[in-house]
Ligand binder design. Structure first.
Ligand SMILES: *Cc1c(COP(=O)(O)O)cnc(C)c1O
Length: 453
């Protein structure tokens, strides 16, 4: 069958349910734990921080499919389906026998896949009758997506933005404000934890873990507010399964059988969402695939971290999660893929990796930007630095096929555009990009501070 350059599903073919891969996992991800008592976090405890229905989704290891509410489906229809693109131009330029496909999630104003979960979380907050939500944002993609989602449902949105990004990415900030969000640089003097961190580290430019602590404190201390998170959590992977479901439907329609499925991994949500239904088939013994998570060498959570219970935030106010982690105090060296700088990893992805069901690789920043540049010049899309990690490994795999003559089908997730990352591209173009890799001592020192559980 002739495969078009771009495969778009019909509206009637779009997923009506999310897929919950935990239902098919023989070893379930370990439950979240109360940071004080070290007991399994209960629905009531989680509901004090998160919206009730989202807390239920967080704990649901049994329902394979969960209905996507009609309001969310109609929002999805504004920017979905995302195209599944056959990279004919790239295949030709590489002169590889491999077939290359990518699922492009950057075709919405927020510029990334994060909108898929933002709209779901805003919906449940509105349904619960809340006034608003709080969150953190690092590179700004999540904050932007949530601002759009909150504007749609007329919810108040308070974003704690890592100070260095707040200053370096003024345009991201202005997009959020245009959608009505209130953006505060973190650490700030508006929370106890922010004031404490400022006193301890005057002049700090902030971190994601610290912004999470501030957002959680703001949510639990403000009537009618809850905290929402853009990655890592089971509920977020559930919402992101829309990526994988659409991809699988498009593949099945055109009889495309991917051999290798690649995604970049920060907190694991796009990767977890893309691979979920394919992993389901693998777990049920219906098909086999090679899955590859790609992370920055500067923040090598899966490839060099430890599988253990750890804090999700610097302020240690969130529940503990069992995951691959570099330690909640790990501060990755400045890397331009802001969305991949988190110290931990989704507990679902962590469990799948731990059980040998997927692989992980780490890439150095300069080689990632080389891949981004090559991709932009051949396929036309300016990729986000995060997404370019997946491009790097897809190119490597395609070149390997050229050597061996294998006609593999390679599929990767292209999570977003790089329009707001031009400072990073400027550094690359000026030859000023560094490739710092943490030493074993750096990582050991950080892991030594894991909580005793
Ligand atoms: C946030 C982000 C990522 C990483 O987050 P995951 O939860 O690991 O998916 C990747 N790509 C883009 C464009 C992002 O904005």
């Amino acid at each position: 069958m002739e495969i078009p350059y771009k495969i778009y599903l019909e509206e009637s073919e779009l997923p009506k349910q999310w897929y919950n891969v935990r239902a098919d996992m023989p070893n379930k991800p370990a439950p979240l734990m109360n940071p004080g008592t070290h007991e399994t976090a209960t629905l009531d405890e989680l509901s004090a921080v998160f919206c009730r229905e989202l807390a239920e989704q967080e704990l649901d290891d049994t329902n394979r499919f969960i209905d996507i509410p009609e309001e969310i489906q109609s929002f999805y229809r504004m920017y979905r389906p995302a195209p599944l693109v056959r990279a004919y131009c790239l295949e030709k330029a590489l002169d590889t026998p491999a077939k290359i496909y990518y699922k492009f999630e950057g075709n919405n104003t927020s510029g990334s896949h994060k909108l898929n979960s933002a709209i779901a979380q805003a919906y449940y907050a509105k349904k619960q009758g809340l006034k608003g939500v709080t969150t953190e944002t690092g590179a700004g993609q999540w904050g932007t997506a949530l601002s759009m989602a909150c504007a749609y449902f007329d919810l108040d949105c308070r974003v704690y933005m890592v100070k260095v990004s707040y200053e370096q990415k003024p345009f991201r900030r202005e997009v959020m404000r245009t959608y009505g969000a209130n953006v505060t640089p973190s650490p700030s003097d508006t929370t106890n934890v922010g004031r404490k961190i400022l006193a301890e580290f005057p002049g700090t430019t902030g971190s994601l873990g610290c912004a999470i602590s501030e957002a959680v404190e703001a949510a639990v201390s403000t009537e009618g507010y809850r905290y929402v998170l853009g990655s890592v959590l089971n509920q977020v992977l559930l919402h992101q399964s829309v990526i994988g479901l659409e991809t699988m439907a498009a593949c099945d329609k055109y009889d495309i059988k991917p051999d290798v499925i690649i995604g970049c991994a920060g907190g694991g949500s796009n990767l977890g969402g893309l691979i979920a239904p394919f992993m389901g088939r693998k777990l049920r013994g219906e098909a086999d695939y090679q899955f590859i998570a790609v992370e920055p060498a500067s923040c090598p959570t899966l490839t060099r971290g430890k599988f253990a219970y750890d804090f999700c935030d610097t302020g240690k106010v969130c529940p503990l999660a069992k995951m691959y982690t570099l330690g909640s105090g790990f501060i990755p060296s400045p890397n331009h893929a802001g969305g991949l700088r988190y110290h931990g990893m989704s507990s679902t992805v962590s469990q799948l990796y731990h059980d040998g069901l997927m692989e992980a690789r780490s890439c150095e920043q300069t080689s990632v930007f080389q891949a981004a540049e090559q991709f932009a010049r051949i396929e036309g899309i300016l990729p986000a630095p995060e997404s370019s990690h997946a491009i790097r490994v897809a190119l490597d795999e395609a070149m390997r096929c050229k050597e061996t003559g294998e006609e593999k089908t390679i599929l990767f997730g292209l999570t977003g555009t790089g329009y707001f990352d031009m400072v990073a591209y400027q550094k690359y173009n000026d030859g000023e990009m560094s490739d710092y890799i943490p030493t074993d001592e750096d990582i050991a020192a950080s892991l030594a501070k894991l909580p005793e559980v």
